[in-house]
Design a protein around this ligand. Structure first.
Ligand code: NAD
Length: 247
């Protein structure tokens, strides 16, 4: 018996040009899905799309017309529509709360929350019409634990958890599942900026004694995207080496 065979399904992975999104695109493709990756940088998107042999869309999600651009470009790259939406693109603009600028809050909430909501709103009607869909939102361990210097990021990711739970209840009847994956600390460009001595401190708090790999997050996303995960909705799958084991 094959497991998590995604043949016949098309996935859109935002932030699919690198890190967790790239690993996810690669795995979904390996499991048989047609995949479209979306990223902000034209060259990086093209490079990754060629490397993974998937379709690429270069759209800056910070731009107000980004969702309209995606909606008008999708029919060419995904003529059959999107069955699996992985809302993975995300940014951090860290700093102590009293030093975080209004602009940093706006950027983080726009990319990490508002565009997730808007893209989901754009793609959901087709899923409910088809009576099948998988929406997987990237949350974070820190939205469950708290973390110094990340009030804006954690606010956005905590909202994603609420959005996931509430929407899951609305669309379960239509066989559309909505789940979140909450990675712990994963070795990507996002965490590369953490100074080495701080990284060491985090590792001391991780029972698995290491940062996670992007492929380990991708595996959780691919599972939730599978047909076999049909009865799992509204949940958060924590992938963190044991760092946080609460709900
Ligand atoms: P990353 O920085 O390596 O990649 C982020 C991706 O988002 C890139 O592909 C980038 O092109 C895309 N992106 C950023 N701004 C964009 C914009 N304006 N328009 C379009 N695309 C944009 O990050 P990552 O570590 O792979 O993180 C992926 C997701 O996982 C994020 O939502 C992040 O918050 C979450 N996460 C990461 C970690 C970690 O430790 N790396 C931990 C918890 C949660």
């Amino acid at each position: 018996m094959t497991f998590a065979n995604l043949t016949g399904l098309t996935a859109l992975v935002t932030g699919g040009s690198r890190g967790i999104g790239k690993a996810t695109a690669q795995l979904l493709k390996a499991q048989g899905a047609e995949v479209v990756i979306l990223g902000s940088n034209v060259e990086t998107v093209e490079k990754t799309a060629t490397e993974l042999q998937v379709k690429g869309l270069a759209v800056d999600l910070f731009q107000p017309d980004s969702i309209a651009k995606i909606e008008s470009a999708l029919p060419q790259v995904a003529p059959g529509g999107i069955d699996i939406l992985v809302n993975n693109a995300g940014i951090t603009k860290d700093g102590l709360f009293l030093r975080q600028s209004e602009e940093a809050w706006e950027q983080v909430l726009t990319i990490n929350l508002q565009r997730v909501v808007q893209l989901t709103r754009a793609l959901l009607p087709e899923m409910t019409k088809k009576n099948f869909g998988r929406i997987i939102n990237l949350s974070s361990i820190v939205s469950h634990m708290g973390n110094v210097g990340q009030t804006n990021y954690i606010t956005s990711k905590a909202a994603i958890t609420g959005f996931t739970k509430a929407l899951a209840k609305e669309v379960a009847r239509k066989n559309v599942t909505v789940n979140a994956v909450a990675p712990g600390f994963v070795a990507t460009d996002m965490t590369n900026t953490i100074p080495d001595q701080i990284k060491e401190k985090f590792i001391q708090q991780i029972p698995a004694n290491r940062f996670g790999e992007a492929t380990e997050i991708a595996a959780a996303i691919a599972f939730l995207a599978s047909r076999e995960a049909a009865y799992i909705t509204g949940t958060t799958l924590h992938v963190n080496g044991g760092m946080y084991v609460g709900n």
